[in-house]
Design a protein. Structure first.
Length: 497
């Protein structure tokens, strides 16, 4: 009897469990359907809103464009030529102390990318493969987005926008793919533009079609401040992007447009250099768009490191095989030159950091603060050969830390960027950059308990910084080049890592 009762209870429990499981499955299915319905409605609402915005913007663009002719370029921050050779420090040196709090910081801000009708083909999706600095990337592109301009008039541009707005969902899907690949590679926002450009150049033969494709994706999908214009000289379309106006961009020309009482620089990034362009002025929608940032928020990693360079660490009587990524190097060469803080804080590839960790990871625990800084300072001074950018490239080029490893030569700002990055990463010490006429060095806060007699120091932000010059070969902490002893440098303030 007891055994039968036990079996009955077990069977009843199983039956109830199955009923509960069936009930839960039905509930889950119902909730999934409700959620899918909600998502679909949200997508439809987004598409309706986007279509309305596109229609309003197309009507605005269709109006006659104005002529803008204030095409400018920013000049280099170096007021004098750089040192032709890296000087060797004498064994003795007398220092000085300066208060830099009253000196204007070099940069401290950061911004929190014919008449007739347009024609298009609708033949479903196509797999577009682009070569992005040696990496083969595949994008699933709906051919509805392959719209060809009928001309380059205001009306033609407006017709294009009306046509492409019918395929917002396809464009949004493509942008998500671009965004995901950008994150995987650690690209900055400029890298997103280069990905869009690479896709455009696979889809279209005409530069005007390429410009419009880039313009639409960057502005309408990416939310970046972008303008399309028509060159007065060549009668072709050009693409203008508002690139981080809190910083200078040195190798691209720009036009200034008034937005809410302030001049905003839009840089010519696609199309030949022009003296003047026809385009539209302020559109209210543009106020909600973002400028393209040049900062890197993660280590750049377009594939894997494929090369290495053997470097001497004389202070440790050792060497290091430091890997670098040739694809990263090619990409960085296409990033606009900008202000120095970016170069000081942009990270090395993960593979490089792993090797550096093995050599410099224990400096903080094995040595005193002063000795640890001396090891890194001597490494940067002696491991790399000096040559100015003009002599190496025939133009000014600022290096990111990884580029210092990749190229055979480097000059003052490159060494300072690498040194600053190493000290901040492995010793966790505050660093500032120092901009002299024709030269850049660094200064490190060693802490209140360290005093070095005869050293050049700078007071800044309530802290004492010791001069560290990675270009002054053999110089110790606090040694200053004789030709800068009567010069007060500007401060290059660095954001926190």
């Amino acid at each position: 009897m007891t055994k039968k009762l036990f079996i009955f209870i077990c069977l009843l429990a199983v039956t109830n469990f199955c009923g509960a499981q069936t009930s839960f499955d039905d509930y889950k299915k119902s909730m999934d359907e409700m959620f899918d319905s909600f998502v679909e409605e949200q997508n439809r609402e987004f598409e309706r809103f986007t279509a309305q915005q596109n229609a309003e913007f197309a009507a605005f663009v269709e109006q006659q464009w104005q002529l803008f002719d204030d095409f400018c370029k920013s000049s280099s921050p170096f007021s004098k030529p750089k040192l032709q050779e890296a000087p060797i420090a004498p064994k003795t040196n007398s220092g000085r102390s300066l208060d830099l709090d009253k000196v204007i910081d070099f940069v401290v801000k950061s911004v929190p990318t014919k008449n007739g009708q347009s024609t298009f083909k609708s033949v479903g999706n196509t797999n577009v493969v682009v070569d992005f600095y040696g990496e083969k990337l595949s994008f699933d592109v709906n051919y509805n987005l392959r719209i060809h301009l009928a001309g380059i008039s205001e009306r033609n541009v407006a017709d294009y926008l009306r046509s492409v707005s019918k395929y917002t969902a396809d464009a949004h899907k493509l942008w998500k793919d671009i965004d995901c690949k950008s994150v995987d590679f650690g690209l900055n926002e400029w890298g997103r533009y280069l990905l869009v450009k690479a896709i455009a150049e696979k889809l279209f033969v005409s530069n005007d079609d390429r410009v419009m494709f880039c313009f639409y994706l960057l502005r309408n999908m990416g939310g970046y401040k972008a303008k399309v214009g028509r060159s007065e000289a060549t009668n072709n379309l050009v693409l203008l992007l508002a690139i981080d106006n809190a910083k200078e961009v040195y190798n691209y020309g720009f036009f200034s447009f008034n937005e809410n009482g302030q001049d905003l620089k839009y840089y010519l990034v696609y199309g030949n250099d022009v003296g003047s362009v026809y385009t539209y002025s302020l559109n209210q929608q543009d106020l909600n768009l973002s400028q393209i940032k040049l900062d890197f928020d993660a280590p750049l990693s377009i594939g894997y490191c494929d090369k290495a360079r053997e470097l001497k660490i004389n202070a440790l009587n050792s060497t290091i095989d430091l890997p670098f990524n040739s694809k990263n190097i090619a990409f960085l060469d296409d990033v606009p030159q900008t202000v120095f803080p970016i170069y000081f804080v942009s990270a090395m590839p993960q593979e490089s950091q792993k090797m550096l960790n093995e050599k410099f990871g224990e400096l903080k625990t094995r040595y005193s603060t002063r000795r640890a800084v001396e090891v890194i300072l001597n490494f940067v001074q002696t491991a790399f050969d000096y040559k100015t950018d003009d002599d190496q490239f025939g133009r000014e080029k600022y290096f990111y830390p990884e580029e210092v490893i990749a190229y055979p030569y480097c000059d003052c700002e490159d060494r300072s960027a690498l040194f600053g990055w190493l000290v901040r990463n492995y010793l966790n010490l505050p660093v500032i950059g120092l901009l002299y006429p024709g030269h850049i060095a660094t200064a490190v806060c060693l802490g209140e308990d360290i005093k070095i007699e005869g050293a050049t120091t700078f007071s800044y932000g309530g802290k004492k910084y010791y001069l560290c010059d990675p270009t002054y070969i053999g110089a110790r902490i606090g040694d200053e080049m004789p030709n800068f002893k009567n010069v007060t440098p500007k401060v290059i303030k660095l954001k926190n890592l």
